[in-house]
Design a protein around this ligand. Sequence first.
Ligand code: NAD
Ligand code: DAU
Length: 352
Amino acid sequence: MSKRNILITGGAGFIGSHVVRLFVNKYPTYTIVNLDKLTYAGNLENLRDIEKKPNYLFEKGDILDVEFLFDTFKKYEFDGVIHLAAESHVDRSLHNPNEFAATNIIGTLNLLRVAQTSWHENYQDKLFYHISTDEVYGSAEHGEFFTETTPIDPKSPYSASKASSDHFVSAFNNSYGLPTVISRCSNNYGPYHFPEKLIPLLINNILNNKPLPVYGKGENIRDWLYVEDHARAIDTIFHKGKRGEVYNIGGNNEWKNIDLIHFLCHLMDKKLGKDEGTCAKLITYVKDRAGHDLRYAIDPSKLIGETGWRPEVTFEVGIEKTIDWFLANQEWLRNVTSGAYLQYYSAMYQGR
Ligand code: NAD
Ligand code: DAU
């Protein structure tokens, strides 16, 4: 196995921590540098099990700080970048679009420029891998599936900022020959998921006997993938993806929100030894998210056909693993739901 120095941005977040863990454990000859600003969503507790490994290093820093990025590139002479750092929550983007534009667009542009300049256009064995989202395609019609050629049509400030960053990545590939790859994944779930997102929010609220907020009529559809399957797809694309290409990642696992919520309530009743129907009594319909995309649905056949990647964890297994993890890690939940998160939560759900 070759030696490589790889920069992973946003490695202290939900998906990033799974990607860091997979790379650190699977590739002992790689040096993995996790660069993260540790915003409210970044938590080094997510990496406690691998933080002492000799091939893992952490750099606290901001992708908006160009000087810091240049220094870090110089220090480690990276040959690969896997860029996950972002503001990632749609509801927050509705309240603070500028922050999303700054981190997701300008932050990505900074990294692209620093990689391009530091590599002096000597791109042999180099790769800039940008992690994007299915939300850049907008909302899917009934029966429609997003392919890599579906027009970009973002509808929220979050997805607009991710779409813009995707365009910059493609522009750097086209204009400067920077070796890039982009992947666009559907909704992830699993351990370390921050409890502002639907599934961990439901689990946390059930544990605290709080209402389960359903936006609108609960008819929106999401396509859920277990986070470790996403991390494996990222590993596959990093090593086998073709330069300049886009790959969609998804598990063909569509759920209407209200059906998913009832299924989760049913599982939580069982796990907590409560009578069937107890958790569902907490379901509360609230005001819809502004501009709420109705449906996301990924066609992952290009990735499967070119690389052989496939999801390994069915939803039935993945959701039980997720619930079990949260039940066993309630201290983690308590730690991340204190302080700033509580203020955000009461502002967000006020009047809903
Ligand atoms: P997350 O919010 O859990 O983590 C984001 C991480 O980025 C945090 O550790 C945070 O501290 C860090 N970060 C934020 N701003 C930064 C900055 N200016 N400089 C350095 N670090 C910064 O996000 P996530 O859900 O793990 O998503 C990771 C990536 O995957 C994002 O790019 C997101 O758009 C994409 N994505 C997420 C999903 C999903 O379901 N969560 C699905 C598809 C794609
Ligand atoms: O599709 C990929 C995207 O999935 C990622 O790019 C985003 O980073 C990630 O946050 C996620 O976006 P969503 O908006 O789909 O995820 P969220 O968990 O916020 O919401 C899932 C669905 O549940 C959505 O239709 C809104 C709804 N919802 C959400 C919350 C937080 C509720 O009904 N009630 C809630 O309290």
